[in-house]
Design a protein around this ligand. Structure first.
Ligand code: KIV
Length: 280
């Protein structure tokens, strides 16, 4: 019997961290964010990994960056997503300020997130500076997905959501990716870096790379679900591809409803009750 992990769409068994690791260099790992039970139900059969991203702060809560995400926010959305998943591996993003202080702080908060959401792993931002923390967590039973390149929680240091790892900065991002793999991360997100650099890192590192604004050569890809559905319209990075325009569809549906209420054409005869109706 083959031991090669299968893509999410071919099986119903819940995927594990070792299943994702086993996909290094094989079929692309399909990842997407989700923040609610219905979203989780929609993505589950098609994705290998679902991330409850701290992007929830921007796309659901209307905040200007992910810096405003809180532990309570991540736990509430994480628990909702858990209820909608049967097979995809669930990872929860650790919010800004919940893990950077010390390995002990990180362990305490990651353990709480895992216990209260039922996620299989956590994601933390940062490369070389998070080496000790990643080792501390993985040695104590917490699988870590790392995130290097553009790390949005550092937006105030970068001065915007800028491309990272350009020419003389490439070595820093390469060293970050090497450090997190060495520390025990099971995978690494590469965000908004030049494609050639992402390809090089993917070839060099023994763990799966998950690209967002990186390269098709990465071991997997991730995007924010509201970006692919067109329900987040605040701004649109170059790396986003829209697969639907549900934002526009929603506005059109609401406008049609409002017009019908004003014209008294809704509710129609089929939407109201009469004495003879069975209760439905
Ligand atoms: O918060 C998020 O959604 C993310 C990714 C898209 C990688 O970190």
């Amino acid at each position: 019997m083959s031991t090669e992990a299968k893509p999410a769409t071919t099986g119903t068994k819940a995927l594990t961290v070792p299943d994702i690791v086993a996909r290094k260099g094989k079929t692309p790992i399909v990842c997407l964010t989700a923040y609610s039970t219905p979203q989780a139900e929609s993505v589950d059969a098609h994705c290998d990994l679902v991330l409850v991203g701290d992007s929830v702060a921007m796309v659901v809560h209307g905040l200007p960056s992910t810096v405003g995400a809180t532990l309570d926010m991540m736990i509430m959305h994480g628990a909702a997503v858990r209820r909608g998943l049967k097979q995809a591996l669930m990872v929860v993003d650790m919010p800004f300020g919940s893990y950077e202080e010390s390995p002990a702080q990180a362990f305490r908060n990651c353990a709480r997130v895992m216990a209260e959401t039922g996620c299989a792993a956590v994601k933390i931002e940062g490369g070389q500076r998070m080496r000790e923390t990643i080792a501390f967590l993985t040695e104590r039973g917490i699988p870590v997905m790392a995130h290097v390149g553009l790390t949005p929680q550092s937006v105030n240091v970068f001065g915007g959501f800028r491309l990272q790892g350009k020419s003389d900065d490439a070595a820093r991002v390469e060293a970050d990716a090497a450090a997190v793999a060495e520390a025990g991360a099971f995978s690494v997100v590469l965000e908004k870096i030049p494609a050639a650099l992402a390809t090089r890192i993917t070839r060099q590192t023994p763990i799966p790379t998950i690209g967002i604004g990186a390269s098709p050569d990465c071991d997997g890809q991730i995007l924010v679900i509201d970006d692919i559905l067109g329900t987040f319209t605040g701004f649109r990075p170059k790396f986003v591809k829209r697969y639907a325009e549900l934002g526009t569809a929603t506005t059109d549906a609401v406008a049609a409803y409002a017009a019908e209420v004003r014209a008294r054409t809704f509710p129609g005869p089929e939407h109201v009750f009469h004495d003879k109706d069975a209760t439905k």
